[in-house]
Design a protein around this ligand. Structure first.
Ligand code: NAD
Ligand code: DAU
Length: 329
């Protein structure tokens, strides 16, 4: 297959490109190379790169020519940035999705939308979201992702586009931009910097290795049914548990932990029922605490040349805006 992977220079997208190339597929990457896009993530991987915006129909047509399938990873993805400014999130995650759906409509390409468990909003202890549950997004990010999902479902029903949606849990692994919990706390711990835990740190997330997430997305690409949604869950842990495990694995001192002002609208708990994806044969291979997180910490320890340059320049300005007064307060 010739597959258009949008956002392929980002974290999960680059793992997916590597997986497709190993499987013998031809890959075209369409990526705007925002702060989160990094061609170094694809170094040594055979692919064609088109630098452009998924919300630009001309770039989309150029990149998508001759492709049998489109897998859309391209998005603004960080909840905290969406709270600072939602506009880019609507541009990419809603309008960009629509432009890619237009391509699928015109060419008949198979389409997979990479979405998120955050569209269900937060859940009471004991509940797990199923694919047909109502959407209750809390943040500008998750609202934009929910908007993208609704566009996909409308294009299936109205125009007969052959599209499916995946809704994955919190993903971790190598090459994740150091703004999300795991890479931020691992790199801060390695640098002896504070670990800013929002609120009481008792929020629960499901942790899913990037390679397991990509295996599920590829399965849906080949075996998923049009108009169907597939959840992909992980191992649930409280943020503080994850924080203490990172301290243990990096050898950093627990005094680095700072409880800071909470995220606005912060979801307490995500959890999904992923029986539908498992029924297609999906089984995650990585255990978060035993192998996945230790291997990820090792990767950051051994790849300072990848993340140290990122944590300067524009990153510093973002970090100051997000954390300076929190850490002082
Ligand atoms: P990321 O932020 O690491 O990468 C996003 C990529 O999209 C970057 O390469 C960026 O340059 C590109 N991009 C952004 N706007 C673009 C535009 N307008 N046109 C073209 N390219 C653009 O993201 P990630 O964490 O790898 O997430 C990938 C996808 O998976 C997203 O759709 C996200 O919503 C979804 N998802 C992420 C997680 C997670 O925990 N990271 C979990 C579930 C679902
Ligand atoms: O659930 C899937 C989602 O997971 C994806 O759709 C998003 O793209 C991805 O960013 C992630 O969203 P979260 O908001 O859950 O991830 P984040 O790493 O930002 O935060 C994880 C938890 O850690 C959350 O409860 C907030 C908390 N946190 C995060 C940061 C960055 C802190 O306590 N301190 C921090 O500095």
């Amino acid at each position: 297959m010739r597959v258009l992977v949008t956002g392929g220079a980002g974290f999960i997208g680059s793992h997916f490109v590597k997986r497709l190339v190993r499987g013998g597929h031809d890959v075209v990457v369409l990526d705007k190379l925002t702060y989160a896009g990094n061609p170094a993530n694809l170094a040594g991987v055979e692919h064609e790169l088109v630098v452009g915006d998924i919300a630009d129909p001309e770039a989309v047509a150029r990149a998508g020519a001759g492709c049998d399938a489109i897998v859309n990873f391209a998005a603004e993805t960080h909840v905290d940035r969406s709270i600072l400014g939602p506009k880019e999130f609507v541009h990419t995650d809603v309008l960009g999705t629509m432009c890619l759906l237009e391509l699928a409509r015109e060419t008949g390409a198979r389409y997979v939308q990479v979405s998120t468990d955050e569209v269900y909003g937060d859940l009471e202890a004991g509940c797990r979201a199923r694919e047909d549950d109502p959407l209750r997004p809390s943040s500008p990010y998750s609202a934009a992702k929910a908007g993208g999902d609704l566009q996909v479902l409308a294009y299936v029903r109205t125009y007969g586009v052959n599209a499916s949606i995946t809704r994955g849990a919190n993903t971790y692994g190598a090459n994740q931009y150091p703004e999300k919990l795991v890479p931020l706390f691992v790199t801060n711990a390695l640098e002896g910097q504070p670990l800013p835990v929002y609120g009481d740190g008792k929020q629960v997330r499901e942790w899913l290795h990037a390679e397991d997430h990509c295996a599920g997305i590829e399965l849906v690409l080949h075996e998923g049914a049009p108009g169907e949604i597939y959840n992909a869950g992980g191992e649930d842990h409280e943020n503080l548990e994850v924080t203490y495990r990172i301290l243990e694995l990096t050898g950093a001192d627990p005094s680095l932990i700072r409880h800071v002002e909470d995220r606005a609208g912060h979801d307490r708990r995500y959890a999904v029922d992923d029986a539908k994806l498992r029924a297609l044969g999906w089984r995650p291979r990585h255990s978060f605490g035993e192998t996945g997180l230790p291997e990820t910490v090792d990767w950051y320890r051994e790849n300072r040349a990848w993340w140290e340059p990122i944590k300067s320049g524009a990153y510093r300005a973002y970090y100051e805006e997000q954390y300076a007064s929190r850490l002082k307060g």
